[in-house]
Design a protein around this ligand. Structure first.
Ligand SMILES: *Cc1c(COP(=O)(O)O)cnc(C)c1O
Length: 395
């Protein structure tokens, strides 16, 4: 049952003199003045029965999914086609689909927030689609139209806005992803793909207040190597990280601190977050080197610190330097950054049998201020001087 059509205009290129309108299924090429437009309509098929909404006070992460999802297909020669919002459902895929064998896939993660005034907003969503294309490049997956994907996402969130929980700290987690669907056992880029967006209401990350975690410095396994796929948000990186996490969690550590994959000397990331250290008043984060994921939260933290006039540097930083700073009493704070937790203070770092207790195991001043400001902007409680938030349903 197709209930409505939604139109999105996409600028292809400024024109020579095409005045013909080409129509094919839900794609129309037309001219307007001197501009050639590609108009894609998103088909919307609404679910006939809706699921019961969960209690926002008892939500976990990523276990419940909303009533609808977005889908779009790609075929070599045709490009991306058939954008549609349909009832949330299982997929039927050929068992030989490339995704199952060689992991050609990329994903993103962002959130929709509801403000006290009941407005729905996204946080820097254009950065996520830009990064999805960056990941696509590394995985030999064709680019998506970033603007179109964002419009599709806004449309989906608008339809599902009753699923956004309203309890403090809760949100609607958004997972865009692409999988290679061509049935082929040869090792080669797929000629067919699916782009999907699914939504999941998630609980507050810090149910009992922001709490520093214990981190083990990982000396055996590595997450990513120079020239590898560390800079892409692709499944294989996460599969490769499970073992280290399994091992240290037995000793009560929340995550591992990843070192570089060549010398195992330089700091890269913490779990699946970027990492920052405050040493003697200066805030330091590892420079993007090709094996570090370019976090949107990382970039936002850097911009905020600069906005506050605090010294922040992106450079290579050795674990030995952190240990020295600890010994000399200048290691003041450490924290991870990512969409899920926003800021995750590190209360203890364990390296080569030594426990480095940071800021007495308590949340640092900068960590707290960053957390309050970023979540304040996301939930529309504090002013957004950067224009980071994007409203849904107001275009
Ligand atoms: C997603 C991710 C991050 C954080 O990125 P955000 O855009 O801030 O959520 C950091 N490291 C890894 C490995 C990630 O997958």
């Amino acid at each position: 049952m197709i209930q409505k059509y939604v139109c999105f205009h996409l600028l292809l290129h400024t024109n020579e003199a095409i005045s013909v309108i080409i129509e094919k299924e839900n794609v129309h090429i037309m001219t307007e003045g001197d501009r050639t437009m590609k108009v894609q309509t998103i088909k919307v098929e609404l679910a006939e029965t809706l699921k019961a909404k969960p209690n926002g006070a008892h939500l976990d992460f990523g276990t419940i999914f909303t009533d609808h999802m977005f889908l779009m297909d790609y075929k070599e020669g045709e490009g991306w086609y058939d954008p549609r919002i349909v009832p949330y459902q299982s997929l039927t895929l050929d068992p030989a689909a490339i995704i199952f064998h060689y992991g050609q896939t990329v994903f993103e993660g962002l959130k929709a927030y509801i403000t006290e005034g009941g407005e729905v907003q996204l946080f820097r969503p254009e950065k996520n689609f830009e990064r999805l294309n960056h990941s696509n490049d590394r995985l030999c997956i064709p680019h998506i139209d970033e603007q179109f994907a964002l419009e599709a996402l806004k449309q989906l969130v608008e339809i599902e806005k009753d699923w956004i929980p309203t309890e403090e700290g809760t949100s609607l987690y958004i997972r865009p992803f692409i999988i290679a669907t061509e049935p082929y056992l040869g090792v080669a880029p797929s000629k067919q793909y699916k782009l999907m967006i699914i939504l999941s209401p998630v609980g507050a990350y810090y149910k009992e207040g922001i709490n520093p975690v214990k981190i083990a410095v990982e000396n055996q396994y590595v997450r990513a190597v120079l020239g590898g796929t560390g800079e892409a948000k692709t499944a294989g990186n996460y599969a490769a990280s499970l073992m280290a996490q399994e091992v240290v969690s037995k000793d009560g550590f929340a995550q591992v601190l990843w070192l570089d994959g060549v010398e195992k000397k330089y700091i890269e990331e913490v779990g699946s977050m970027n990492v920052f250290f405050k040493i003697n008043g200066e805030i330091i984060t590892p420079a993007l080197n090709g094996s570090i994921l370019q976090g949107v939260t990382r970039d936002s933290v850097i911009q905020l610190l600069k906005h506050w006039g605090l010294p922040v540097v992106e450079r290579r930083i050795a674990m030995a330097e952190i240990a020295e700073a600890y010994e000399s009493g200048t290691l003041e704070e450490a924290f991870g950054t990512g969409t899920a937790a926003v800021i995750s203070p590190i209360g203890q770092l364990t390296w080569e049998e030594k426990d480095l207790i940071i800021n007495d195991g308590k949340t640092g001043e900068i960590s707290k201020k960053l957390y309050d400001t970023l979540t304040g902007i996301q939930y529309g409680k504090v002013e957004d001087p950067f224009g980071w938030t994007v409203k849904v349903g107001s275009n």
